[in-house]
Design a protein around this ligand. Structure first.
Ligand SMILES: Cc1cc2nc3c(=O)[nH]c(=O)nc-3n(C[C@H](O)[C@H](O)[C@H](O)COP(=O)(O)OP(=O)(O)OC[C@H]3O[C@@H](n4cnc5c(N)ncnc54)[C@H](O)[C@@H]3O)c2cc1C
Length: 451
């Protein structure tokens, strides 16, 4: 098979890019190693497309599909579902722009339906030989070996990107830089729960246990009563991660969450899936120092989690990936046979994408990283104090102090991640200066008072 563009990875980023390339008239193929059916809900997240992601969907003509199949929310409205069965609504409507929530399988289905069946090849990339063209070695789903010849390669193959690994062997600059965050190492797991009919599919539910920890149910893109993921992100040592037998898990849920009525609404297969999966660990926030290269005349670029990945504290995983897609499309030349224009486009993409990738990764530890019920610690106390000070300062003196990261990330029209980081750093500097001045005034007053 010979194509213009081979896109490795059929996640949301790879599929969106393939749709855009098809619209450009390019022969593009997506290589995806997994099938579409979800086996493990601990690896199928709930995405919230905010203004960034929606801009990409609009660009590829899919905004109306997302609007009709996703759950629309402006701001964040949460129902707190207590053990006694009562519900209390909490809302932070001012802190959120427009967003559409949908489970990953629905999103993948929508995107794949825009491509022809032959556009997605089920198989795993093993290696690439570059020689004027990319000769891509593939192991197909049925176990046979094959190859695809491509003029360009796009690595959209997620956090353990094979394309990035191959590039790294050619150029050591394709390494990841990383920063730790307070949620790094937390384990995410989900199970399918069939809620009672009166549970609103369009709402976020925070389900509180007898001992005070919580499970989350994000808005679901199906009708009331349809199974939806019940999810948790907690330290690996958390009791709920420890069960090996589904019956023990169900006993525990029955005692801790009487409001869930697990005997009626949770089937044994879901409990079994929870016990059998290792879940997904939140990574360190990490970005690659390079986003594109020309290898033996073949342009290669990295997008999405292959370029940057981080814990989902700010809900930006999917949105940051779709920003990469838009950035590449903005720069992509109309004449793909023009080698100079292509080279310039890939260079410009790298300059922009790496800067934004680093910025979003640096925003994660300072955004809102203590939302997973972490125990009290000095760093948690310092973060919460700093957050409150920033919030109050931005309300009292908006010309001097910008909003905190978690508010700025939801700004509509959206701000670049690098701009949000710049604002955060500027506020830090100004607060430091203010506290210096305050201490100097206190010291001077104290001296005067003593004299
Ligand atoms: C625990 C957890 C929770 C998350 N929750 C959220 C959330 O709530 N909201 C949010 O926006 N983001 C969340 N994210 C991040 C989000 O999942 C990613 O940012 C997003 O899926 C990136 O899309 P992508 O297309 O770049 O990569 P992926 O979605 O990872 O897709 C990559 C694809 O490449 C395929 N692939 C990999 N290697 C090969 C190969 N060698 N050959 C062929 N195919 C290959 C994979 O099968 C996969 O389908 C979460 C991440 C984690 C770890």
């Amino acid at each position: 098979m010979e194509v213009d563009a081979l896109i490795v990875g059929g996640g949301p980023v790879g599929l969106s890019l393939a749709i855009a390339f098809k619209q450009h008239g390019l022969r593009a193929v997506v290589l995806e190693k997994e099938t579409t059916e979800v086996q493990d809900w601990s690896k199928a997240y709930t995405y919230r497309l905010d203004v960034r992601g929606l801009a990409c969907m609009e660009r590829i003509g899919l905004l109306s599909d997302f609007a009709s199949k996703g759950v629309k929310q402006v701001g964040f409205h949460v129902k707190v579902w207590k053990p006694d069965g009562s519900c209390m609504e909490k809302s932070a409507a001012g802190m959120g722009s427009l967003g559409y929530t949908m489970q990953r399988p629905t999103m993948i289905k929508i995107l794949e339906s825009c491509l022809s069946p032959g556009d997605v090849v089920r198989g795993a990339l093993t290696d690439i030989n570059f020689d004027g063209k990319a000769i891509v070695q593939v192991i197909l789903k049925d176990g046979t070996e094959s190859h695809i010849t491509a003029s360009m390669v796009f690595g959209c193959d997620g956090r353990h990107s094979r394309v990035r690994e191959i590039l790294q062997k050619i150029d050591s600059e394709f390494t990841m830089s990383s920063v730790g965050t307070p949620s790094t190492g937390f384990v995410y797991k989900a199970m399918l729960y069939r809620p009672p009919q009166n549970v609103d599919p369009k709402c976020i539910y925070r389900i509180v246990s007898m001992s005070g920890f919580t499970l989350l149910m994000f808005p679901h893109d199906g009708p009331p009563g349809e199974p939806r993921p019940l999810q948790m992100a907690q330290a690996p040592s958390h009791r709920l991660h420890s069960f090996q037998a589904p019956s023990d898990l169900i006993d525990f849920l029955r005692a801790e969450f009487p409001q869930l009525e697990v005997d009626k609404h949770l089937d044994i297969a879901s409990a079994e899936a929870w016990c059998n999966t290792r879940g997904t660990a939140f990574p360190r926030a990490q970005w690659c120092k390079r986003a594109s290269a020309e290898v033996s005349g073949v342009p290669v670029a990295l997008l999405g989690d292959a370029l940057h990945c981080f814990p989902p504290d700010l809900g930006q995983g999917i949105n940051a990936g779709l920003v990469d897609v838009c950035c590449l499309l903005d720069l992509f030349p109309s004449d793909v046979s023009n080698k100079d224009a292509m080279r310039a486009a890939f260079k410009a993409y790298e300059a922009c994408a790496v800067k934004e990738a680093e910025a979003i990764c640096r925003l994660i530890p300072v955004g809102f990283p203590y939302q997973y019920q972490q125990p009290f610690s000095l760093s948690k106390f310092l973060f919460m104090s700093s957050f409150l000070i920033r919030m109050v300062a931005s309300k009292l003196l908006p010309t001097l102090f910008f909003d905190p990261v978690v508010v700025n990330i939801q700004a509509d029209p959206p701000l670049l991640y690098s701009e949000i980081l710049r604002r955060h750093q500027q506020v830090s500097g100004r607060l430091l200066l203010c506290s210096g001045v305050f201490m100097a005034v206190c010291a001077a007053s104290w001296k005067r008072f003593r004299i």
